[in-house]
Design a protein. Sequence first.
Length: 464
Amino acid sequence: MALYTKQLQQFEALVSVPENQLEWLEQHSKIVTYAEGEFIAVEGTQISGPHFILEGRVYIYIKQGNVNREITVFQEGNIFGYLPYSRGVNSSVHVQATSPVKLLSFNTDEIRTMMHDHFELTQALVHIMNNRVRDFTTMQQQNDKMAALGKLAAGLAHELNNPAAALVSDSLSLRQHLLLEPETFKNLAALSLSASQLDTINTEIKKIVGVNNRPALSLKEKTKKEEAIADWLDERGIENYEEMSEIFADFNFSFEKLETLGQPLPKNALSPVFNWIYNILTTEKILQDIQVSSGRISELIKSVKIYTHMDRGAEKIITNIHDGIQNTLSILGHKIRKGNIQLEQNYDSTLPNIMAYTGELNQVWTNLIDNALDSMESNRKGKIIITTEKDREFIKVTITDDGPGIPENIRLNIFDPFFTTKEVGKGTGMGLETVQRIVLKHNGSVKVESVPGVTTFTLCFPVN
C-alpha cells in the first residue's frame, strides 16, 4: 500500500473508492506543504488539483474592497481544487493556510485518465462537486432572502415610524381634548336654546362633517381664509377665535356658513355655541388624522403580506407584476423621499397576469430599485422611471435611473456572484446575480444599458 493511501481511505468522500484507485491517485500526486499564512491559490490564477488535505486548515474567501468575506474553512479530510467535469478555469477565491498545511496535490493533467479508467474515484469527486453546488445554492438563496428581509425591515421601520408616532400624538391630543367636553357642554346647557335652534346647528354640523372631498388649499390660501374667519369671530366677541379659525378653515367654512350658524342665536350664545362647534370639529379632525395614520399602517401591513410571498412554498401563482412593484415602492418609500427622488410610473393597465414566484419577483424589484436609489445617493436628488408594456408574447419592464451609470469596463461583471462596486458594508455583490437567476428561473431575460446619466435595466417575462 502506498504511503498515504490508508489516510485517504479515512476521507469521508473516498470511503467507497477501491484501494487500487487510491493508490493510483497517490502515484499521480505530490506532497506540497504550506506555512501558516501562505497562499495556496489567489483569485484569477489557474485552478489546480484536486488537493487532499492531510494536515492543517485552509481559509477560503473572496475580497470585497479591503474586507475578506469568508466562503468556508476546510481541514484534514477535506478536498478542494479542480474536480472532474468542472467548467471552472481560473480561481474566483483566495485559499490561505491558517496553520501549517500538508496537501496531496493531484496532477490536473491526469484528470482525463482518471475519468476514463477510474470510475469510482471520479464518481466520488463529482459527488463532492454536486454537493458543493447544492449547498452553495441553498446558502445563496437564504442569503438573498435575508438581504431582502433586511431591506424590508429597514424600510418598514422608517415607514411605520411616522404614522405610529402620529397615532400616539393624536390619541394624547384626543384625550386632553375630551377632558374639556364637560365644561363646554355645561356652558351650552346654560343657554337654554330651543329645540329648533339646536336642530339647525346639528344639521349644519352634519353637513360640514359629511363633506369628504374638501378643496385642497395652498398655504397662502389657507392663511388668508384663517385670517378672514378670525376677523369675523373676533368682531362678534367669540372667545378662542384664533384657535377656531384654523379648524374652521380646515373644514372649508365660508362666510355664508358662519352666518347660517350665528344668525339664529342671541349674542350671548355665540361664544358658547361656536366653542361647542369648535370642539366637535376638533374631535372630528383628530379622528380623521387617526384614521389616516392607521390606514397607512394597514396599507403597509398589506404590502408586507404581499411582499413576503417568498415563504409561500415552491409553486408559481397568478401574479400581477404591478402589485409587486407598487408594494416594493411602498416599502422603500422612506428611502425615495430621503433621496429626493422623483418617481415616474408608466404602467400598461391592460397587461395580463403571469404565473410567477411572487416573493422572488419582489426580490428582483427590491434589488433593482434599491440599486438605483444607491446610485443617485451622492447627487441628493434623482429620477426613476418604471415602465411596463406588452412586447409580443412577453411582458417588458424597464427601470431607468439618472445616476452616474455603470462603467463599460465592469458592465460584463455586474451579474457575477460577489461582484460589487459599493463600499464595504453596503453591498454583498449578490443583488444583481440574484436578479438574473430569478429572471432566468421564470424563463425571462434581463439586460442593462448604461451611459452616464441614464442606466436602464430591461426585464422580459413570457406571458405563457
